[in-house]
Design a protein around this ligand. Structure first.
Ligand code: 5RP
Length: 292
């Protein structure tokens, strides 16, 4: 995926120089108002500066995803271990107890299902509903390089405008798709565009190569999606490598709720994200919890 940047000079992301955060604990958000900072503090742990978001919004385009057939059965037991929930308003109202106290990141774009052209999304929730549901952030899918790129960016900027008015954050999600890239060059481009256009934070994918240039080049926090289910050690290694290279946490779904031992897995992911537990030790911890 080419970038229209024809300079012959090599790019320098100064990955060895951490970004100045100011008095607020999250990168790039120091100049927001109190309400926005308070909501972001309900998503990210102010002590570690990181988050374990539990993602189970997959049904918004693919229906009863494996592991999410009965969210009341499979996901409710995981709630105490998540820093925040990434979900749809339908599941929030129907299943999540209103006594839940942590941050809520509510899926706010949608439209086409897996049966259609996925990138043709529109805004799927208005700001009054986000306020009514006490959302900390609205999540919007953005298809950089896709057929509906401009429309998805427009969805995002409309949500940012509405969210900024009331201090509700916007999570820009860089989409994956058959025509979209997945290497560092693409993710760098997509994440930076989302940040430049005003998202409060970005969700994107981990890349094996040069991930530190993606986080360095993005002026706001990045969390990584877990992606397809993989062996637990691989998922824990990916989470570890991502936070070591500047990610502010994970937004993990299938690698938790499709795990053989979801509670053991989310507890272990927490140790990796918040306490820098190394992958092999983390895997031992997972096995121990699983067998106990
Ligand atoms: C689904 C999403 C998910 O929230 C995101 O992909 C994280 O889940 P997973 O770890 O299963 O990839 O955006 O549309």
């Amino acid at each position: 995926m080419p970038e229209a940047d024809y300079s012959k000079k090599e790019k320098n992301f100064y990955t060895d120089i951490p970004a100045e955060k100011g008095s607020f604990f999250l990168k790039g958000l120091n100049h927001y108002d109190w309400g926005m900072k308070n909501r972001m503090s309900s998503i990210f742990n102010p002590e570690s500066g990181r988050t374990v978001m539990l993602a189970f919004d997959h049904g918004y385009f693919q229906g009863p995803t494996t592991g999410l057939e009965r969210i009341d059965v499979s996901i409710l037991p995981l709630l105490p271990y998540a820093d925040t929930l990434m979900l749809t308003r339908g599941i929030l109202r129907s299943i999540i107890p209103p006594t839940y106290q942590n941050g809520l990141v509510i899926r706010s774009s949608g439209g086409p299902s897996v049966l259609k052209e996925l990138s043709n999304e529109q805004i799927a929730m208005d700001i009054e509903e986000a306020i009514r549901l006490n959302a900390a952030a609205m999540a919007v899918q953005v298809f950089i390089g896709g057929e509906y790129e401009t429309q998805s960016i427009h969805n995002m900027t409309r949500l940012i405008d509405a969210g900024n008015k009331y201090g509700i954050a916007t999570l820009g999600v860089t989409a994956v798709g058959k025509d979209l890239g997945k290497d560092a060059k693409y993710i760098r481009l997509a994440s930076r565009i989302l940040a430049e256009l005003g998202v409060t934070y970005v969700k994107t994918y981990y890349t094996e190569k040069d991930f530190d240039t993606i986080t360095a080049g993005c002026p706001v926090p990045i969390v990584i999606a877990g992606g397809k289910k993989m062996p637990e050690l691989d998922a824990l290694t990916m989470a570890y490598n991502a936070v070591q290279q500047g990610a502010s946490g994970v937004d993990m779904g299938r690698n938790i709720f499709q795990s053989d031992a979801p509670i053991a897995m989310i507890k272990t992911v927490r140790e990796v994200v918040h306490n820098d537990l190394k992958p092999n030790e983390a895997y031992d911890m997972y096995q121990e919890l699983k067998n106990s």
